[in-house]
Design a protein around this ligand. Sequence first.
Ligand SMILES: [Zn+2]
Length: 559
Amino acid sequence: MSTAVETIKERLTIVDVVSSYVQLDKSGRQFKARCPFHNEKTPSFYVSPDRNSFHCFGCNTSGDIFSFVEKIEGVAFVDALKLLADRAQVDLLQFRKGGVGSKDKSLYEVLEYATEFFSGKLQTSPEALQYLLSRGITQETIHEFQIGYAPDSWHQLETYLGSKGISTEHAEKGGMIVRKNEGTGFYDRFRGRVMFPIANSTGAVIGFSGRILPSIAECKETAKYVNSPETDLYKKSKVLFGYDKAKRAIAEQNTCIIVEGQMDLCMAHQAGTKNVVAVSGTALTFEHLRLIQRFTGTLIFCLDSDKAGIAALKRSAELAFAMQMEVRVIPLTHSKDPADLILSSPDEWIQATKKSVPLIEFLVELQTQDGLTEEYSKRISKEVVPLIRGIANSIEQAVAVRNVSEKLRIAEVSVWAAVKSAPERRESSVETEKKQVVSKDRLQSIQDLLLGAKAASSKDSQYLQESMDRIHAECGIVFEDSIPEDILSRFATEFEVGHGSEDEKKQQISIEALLEEYEKECIRTSIERIMEKIKKTGGGEEELKQVQALSIKLRGIRV
Ligand SMILES: [Zn+2]
């Protein structure tokens, strides 16, 4: 009899599993994507259906479906096994030797039973149900998001979980019950709250966010929202509310709208905007942004425009800019939040999502609302300029500078000067991450591989030389050509291991893929260099034209 692992592997291919997290593009016999495990713009993450494995040439991560899920979900092998078993509809119990005691139930089951319990309670609690309906949430949305209700009682969930064979230790580990401070025993964590399940990226519930029912809030002092504590499953810095339901749409529309709360999110999905996730009370973390970056490089924020909202927006944007992402904002002029707007007019919301503006433009606008006063330029240099300094993408940065220059009617050179003298910020995780990844410059790595290919295959040598010459000429890149024999032979081995093939056709395809990557990197490098020059000298028409032409070319290759 085969093992559980073997059975699951027979039913799920690596492509099935990876493509539910990452958008894969066919590349010869393989598939490629931007690596979900390190920060990159150009794909170096390859999935091989033949070998049923993945490999990233950027960060050297590789493995099979189990290690992929372990890594991407941040879970241990057992939980990856459980997740994939569910998906493959493999009953793990039949592979167990003994029976199943309560200890054997996974944490996922605790959360599953709790979801079921809360769902049932909502339908028999007129007040809670009425509350949701009055906020505009429909029964379909309640069903889709598995919204529920935790009754205002101390032990109902505990008792229910017990009846399903879940031990109190397990219910506690899942964050559902709390140990009493004094005496013995436990009580239910969530009471008198509308319950929004929080799912991981495959849709399995890992925690909850509970909103207090207004009538209960009136008679006792309590937090408006209570979230699950950090558990083995729920890590708040790694989970975006609604991500499991939004990821396809994010990839398709190549943008991700970020709202504040669960209510905003549910209403947005209900209105038909599906590329929406909610941060739910925390600023976006590096991990959050990496989840989004699997599918898009463009963030569109629609948060409350009060002071706290703007501060959270700026913190998130700073990180996103450092990760080469584009940041835009949907300004809400009349409504407090998306949920309000959608309740009064779903159409107006849809229109608003189409009218996002670049963050910098939004902030400048905000600072100059009362006209161009003396104060505003001080505020801009304090609030906006440091953000511009942190924009890692040179083109985005140039656009931002132009924007400020036009709005404030001062020369671009002066704005550049302010940007350059602004204090450098965020030496945080992004920097550390970047350092790891950029250890070998990407342009250089591909170049090495191409030189390796040239040395390894006399048949392709001529073609490679011509192609590289053409790329260098078009991008104005000067190429250092004298590489020692022993180093070339090492490059050749690297090429053969990673990209070579017995099959002539296969090899041709991987050479084409490498050349394409190389051209992209060369164009990008060339743009960076011209932008540097513009920054130093203020820049002329000629340079801007060059950048434009190169950008168009880059877009052409991407398609
Ligand atoms: Zn990687």
